[in-house]
Design a protein around this ligand. Structure first.
Ligand code: FPP
Length: 248
């Protein structure tokens, strides 16, 4: 496969609030357990939170929102939970297609689609196509995504291009590899939020988050609101990001 260079986003850092926010939506299981309900109840409640956050992006000034829905490690969960999540994703895409499209969200998926069932992949592809013309907010859903897996898949494609003579190894640098990543059309995230009190990045956007700011907050994902999202983005706006340089 060729490196995909068509739409590479600008790498300029934003002047005020975060242009790209990535969220690790954690705590659905605990939220459900606290209520004496099965874990899937928490995932359904978590899915309902997504729309409010997406819809608040334009007023907050967030152009790109990337959410971690299912990791390459999540297959280790019970068969019941995995099947329930896959069914939730299918239902969510079917149900939300119209409203996301009407709102003006452009939806993309990142992650390895090979292990996902054909019906889900078809729905994902259709949603991407149906929203491809939208520009109000860019929603990227990470589904069967792992940062290491993404780098490994990118490296494999890059190696194939070297093997077939399309790419000279001497030209491989920090600008080349990202063109092979799933996120090649996205700017790097400025702010990564993880809910539920865990301070880990869990294999999310490893390459892309090299200079991101992090917010680890105690709120469980189903309790996360657009107000809290707005506050976190506002406090990002007053931080001093130097990208390894010195203050001017
Ligand atoms: C982590 O909580 C959450 C997940 C593995 C699934 C995330 C999915 C959603 C928020 C809903 C679906 C999203 C879309 C886009 C339809 P956890 O189960 O690890 O919680 P715990 O740490 O409390 O057990």
């Amino acid at each position: 496969m060729k490196p995909q260079t068509i739409e590479t986003a600008s790498t300029e850092p934003p002047s005020g609030g975060p242009r790209h926010v990535a969220i690790i939506m954690d705590g659905n299981g605990r939220w459900a357990t606290q209520r004496g309900r099965p874990r899937l109840f928490g995932h359904h409640a978590g899915a309902k939170r997504v729309r409010e956050v997406v819809e608040s992006c334009p007023e907050i000034g967030v152009e790109y929102l990337t959410i971690f829905a299912f990791s390459t490690e999540n297959w280790k969960r019970t068969q019941v939970e995995v099947a329930g999540l896959m069914s939730l994703f299918r239902r969510y895409i079917t149900k939300e297609t119209r409203s996301l499209s009407e709102f003006g969200a452009r939806v993309r998926f990142i992650g390895d689609r090979v292990r996902l069932d054909n019906k889900l992949v078809k729905l994902m592809t259709e949603l991407e196509a149906a929203t491809a013309h939208n520009t109000r907010v860019n929603l990227t859903i990470a589904l069967n995504y792992g940062g290491r897996d993404e780098v490994a898949r990118a490296t494999k494609r890059l190696a194939q291009d070297v093997a077939t003579g399309k790419l000279d190894p001497a030209d491989v640098d920090e600008e080349t590899l990202p063109k092979y990543l799933d996120t090649y059309v996205l700017p790097d995230p400025d702010l990564v939020i993880r809910t539920s009190g865990e301070a880990r990045i869990s294999n999310f956007l490893l390459w892309q988050s090299a200079y991101a700011e992090y917010e680890f907050i105690d709120t469980l994902w189903p309790d996360f609101t657009k107000e809290e999202f707005g506050r976190l983005c506002a406090s990002y706006g007053v931080r001093d990001r130097r990208f390894g340089g010195v203050k001017k």
